[in-house]
Ligand binder design. Structure first.
Ligand code: PMV
Length: 315
């Protein structure tokens, strides 16, 4: 029987969260934390198993848990939507609810593995579109950045309505990104609403801050292209300061960025919606264990991954 293996990475928003809701640009990066899927052809059924969730479900007739993946598989099957039988085993190391796009990494890897056993294309573009169908079930009206980064990897620049552009990166292989999960739960919708309210109340000050955020994007693009990690870290600190000024930080995020910097991180900021959730720190590889353990001592969950990691791969 046919057997396919696929893996896809997690993502972080490096710059531009919130500003992107108001016409600004944002930069996201794949990080070397992966969802891995093995698909095998079967005689009947579409049996999806998540090792992480400890659940198994046959979605060939009805679905309850993995209806999102079923939508992606139907997109892959195309026109008549006749699905082929397969077993899909998901093994993801991407933490759920930490702003890393875990659902997209799983959807991209599972879609590619399913397409592969069906003998169909596993091009990143096709698989990203399929995974977006899954993301709509999970997130309503997602921007599409998570599935795009999981499929294509690397660094991606985006603006609402403009689509996604790859950023050609210089060497950034002696630094890593630490993802610091504060464990403070927050609602993206209420953070977006708070930010929008303050931006409006600030009037011309808000406009100038958006301009500043856009300048940071220009400088970050240069730093990524030239592989200037020191510059990138400094820009992360400044980007965090702006988000803090807009009121979307949190005492636990402030603690995380402060401790990361005090222990030698090149820069640190909140990532995603803020008001809880995760912070990221850019750290030289040789110092990563030190910085991570000082954060873990304070009770944070810390994940370590390479920046600009490769996207979907299928074997
Ligand atoms: O919290 P996350 O990872 O879903 O990121 C939200 C990013 C925002 O810019 C705050 C909202 C958005 O839709 O772009």
């Amino acid at each position: 029987s046919l057997r396919c293996y696929a893996k896809a990475p997690a993502k972080v928003i490096l710059f531009g969260e919130h500003w992107v809701v108001h016409g600004g640009r944002a930069i996201a990066s794949a990080i070397g934390i992966y969802s891995r899927v093995i698909a095998e052809s079967l005689h009947e059924g579409i049996v999806v198993e998540s090792r992480n969730l400890g659940v198994v479900e046959d979605i060939s007739k009805r679905c309850r848990i993995f209806c999102n993946l079923k939508k992606a598989f139907e997109y892959i099957a195309g026109g008549d939507r006749v699905l082929w039988p397969a077993s899909i085993v998901i093994d993801s190391e991407v933490p759920v609810g930490a702003g890393l796009g875990s659902s997209a990494a799983v959807a991209v890897s599972a879609s590619a593995a399913y397409a592969c056993v069906g003998g169909l294309s596993v091009s990143p573009d096709f698989i990203s579109r399929a995974a977006y169908e899954s993301e709509k079930v999970v997130h309503g009206t997602p921007s599409g950045v998570d599935n795009t980064v999981a499929a294509f990897g690397g660094f991606i620049l985006y603006r609402r309505g403009d689509g996604f552009k790859p950023i050609h990166a210089g060497r950034l292989d002696d630094v890593v990104i630490l993802v610091i999960d504060t464990g403070v739960s927050r609602s993206t919708a209420s953070a977006v609403e708070f930010f929008a309210g303050r931006l409006r109340r600030l009037g011309s000050i808000g406009k100038e801050m958006l301009e500043l955020a856009e300048n940071i994007i220009d400088e970050a693009l240069k730093a990524i292209s030239s592989g200037d990690a020191v510059r990138l870290g400094e820009l992360m600190d400044v980007a965090h300061g702006l988000l803090n000024a807009m009121g979307v930080s949190h005492v636990s995020l402030e603690k995380a960025v402060h401790v990361a910097r005090a222990n030698g991180a090149l820069g640190a900021k909140l990532t995603g919606a803020g008001m809880g959730g995760s912070a990221i720190a850019l750290v030289e590889s040789s110092r990563a264990d030190n910085v991570a353990s000082s954060l873990r001592e304070l009770g944070f969950r810390v994940y370590n991954g390479a920046l600009g990691a490769a996207g979907l791969s299928v074997a």
